[in-house]
Design a protein around this ligand. Structure first.
Ligand code: SAM
Length: 490
């Protein structure tokens, strides 16, 4: 499109010192000078952010023939402007790189703890000292002029320690500590700060400061062949992934649903918290993951868990079987953008459509979970960095349910909070390699406000179109009947 070429030419002219912005725009020969002026000024306003996005997404390396000025203009319009208003090669280029650019932008916002694009420009949010950069998880970059680069993440995987959850169904923390000591490990006591976890080396280990049954080893520690692991006495589980069961607050004897459960680390944690007393209903759609889960739960000594290969959206909240379910753990499929074990090159491509589809599923499944009549408390979690899968999902669903459910502050002393996407989002928590030495993670804790408050403030279209007998005030359409297989854990 001529507008983009003209804007790129003006930017190039500015860089070569051929004139000021106004004169270059007026002398460009482009007929719509206002439009051109606006696009160039906005691109310049976002210049430093755009440079970092281009670097992070390696756009210029991938598109060798694309001039940097044109790349900036296109990426500006794609991410911050009106969206690309052109077809042909620019549209194809945008399609190829959009997901990567959006992921880079999402990461940048997480690092800066901002929710709006404009906040990346605010001077008070500018992260420009070495200390702040390091704290935010971004590493010095030899290639950037200032020696530091927003788009180069620190080697996150090697920052994250090896976390070991003691399986209290089979053993206790003291016995596991003694076992490791006998194996030549040095126990340093309970950590006083997250910083202390970074200092671990060799065969040292600590008790975690936040979670009582979590031991922390240096990141290179491999315990997959360790007898405690192979016998199910310990579970190798990232600290962030231990938060949902811990924060759910179910007690022994509770009836709990784990809605998207496989491969079952959180289910086995739930079972340990329940001391195998009560009932866990676990669902997953994936037969292979269910098979793995069966092995894992058996090895962990989990009993009292009904594991079903079933789409959770088809589970009927009115089934008397679930009438005592007071707690639900909802850890649905997500983009996985917070998983640090994937290097930048290995990241699965995430298109805008896929992100939207995931967010749509997450909203549906959260809405569905809130329909269980005895539900008191629910934990929603993802290992995604995207606000679309996190704060936005929680906000949208809470809005639908009006005053029936509220967010409670999850782990008040946890240092990293939800992004300010809506008032109260700081009640949610986030986790990241840089700030909490964990995978990137999101948790929201929802509680029912008062007994019997089951009516959402506004009904989604599907519910309005298909009111259900006796359920007219609830969101969601009638679950479709699908084939299900059930397995009882012994
Ligand atoms: C993030 S993983 C869950 C991890 C699990 N909570 C754990 O800690 O081991 C999401 C799971 O949701 C399952 N899933 C996706 N759609 C589902 C649905 N409609 N009903 C039930 N499970 C679903 C996927 O098969 C996947 O195993």
């Amino acid at each position: 499109m001529a507008l983009y070429s003209a804007a790129a030419a003006v930017l190039a002219g500015l860089e070569r010192g051929e004139g000021g912005l106004k004169s270059l725009v007026y002398n460009s020969g482009f007929p719509h000078v206002r439009q051109l002026y606006a696009l160039v000024s906005e691109t310049l306003r976002y210049a430093s952010v755009l440079e970092k996005l281009l670097d992070g997404a390696a756009l210029l390396q991938a598109e060798k023939k694309l001039a940097p000025q044109l790349a900036k203009v296109l990426v500006y319009d794609l991410l911050f402007g009106q969206g690309l208003k052109c077809g042909g090669r620019w549209k194809a280029l945008a399609r190829r790189h959009r997901a990567r650019l959006e992921a880079e932008l999402a990461r940048m916002k997480v690092r800066h703890k901002v929710s709006r694009n404009e906040d990346l420009l605010a001077p008070e949010k500018a992260v420009n000292t070495a200390g702040e950069w390091a704290r935010a998880g971004w590493a010095p970059c030899a290639g950037s002029s200032g020696g530091l680069c927003l788009t180069c993440p620190a080697p996150a995987a090697s920052q994250v320690p090896r976390y070991v959850r003691v399986n209290t169904l089979k053993t206790c923390v003291d016995d596991v500590i003694d076992f490791f000591k006998r194996q030549g490990y040095a126990y340093l006591g309970k950590a006083a700060s997250v910083e202390e976890l970074k200092t671990l080396s060799g065969k040292e280990f600590l008790l975690d400061l936040h979670l009582p049954e979590l031991l922390v080893f240096p990141s290179q520690t491999d315990l997959h062949d360790n007898l405690l692991y192979t016998s199910g006495h310990i579970i190798l589980q990232d600290k962030a992934s231990c938060l949902p069961a811990f924060l759910l607050g179910a007690v022994a004897g509770s009836h709990v649903i784990d809605a998207c459960a496989a491969p079952g680390n959180k289910t086995s944690h739930l079972a340990a918290i329940l001391k195998n007393k009560g009932q866990i209903f676990a669902f997953d759609v994936d037969p292979k993951r269910i098979a793995t889960m069966n092995t894992l739960l058996t090895r962990a000594g989990v009993t009292g868990c009904q594991l079903a290969q079933q789409d959770f959206l088809t589970v009927d909240p009115r089934d008397p079987k679930y009438s005592s379910v007071t707690h639900i753990l909802l850890d649905p499929s997500c983009s996985g953008s917070g998983m640090v074990t994937r290097g930048p090159g290995e990241e699965a491509p995430l298109s805008a459509e896929r992100l939207q589809a995931l967010a749509g599923f997450q909203r549906r499944v959260l809405n569905h979970a809130l329909r269980f009549p005895a539900l008191q408390r629910l934990v929603y979690s993802t290992c995604s960095l995207h606000q679309e899968e996190n704060e936005h999902v929680v906000q949208a669903v809470l809005q639908e349910w009006g005053s029936a459910f509220r967010l409670v502050t999850a782990f008040p002393s946890w240092p990293c909070r939800g992004l300010a996407a809506f008032s109260g989002a700081e009640s949610c928590l986030r986790a990241s390699p840089a700030e909490t030495l964990t995978h990137g993670f999101f948790v929201a804790v929802l509680e029912r406000c008062k007994e019997g408050a089951a009516a959402p403030s506004s009904l989604p279209a599907a519910a309005k179109e298909n009111p259900q007998p006796g359920e007219g005030t609830e969101p969601g359409a009638t679950p479709k009947k699908r084939k299900k297989k059930k397995q009882k854990m012994k």
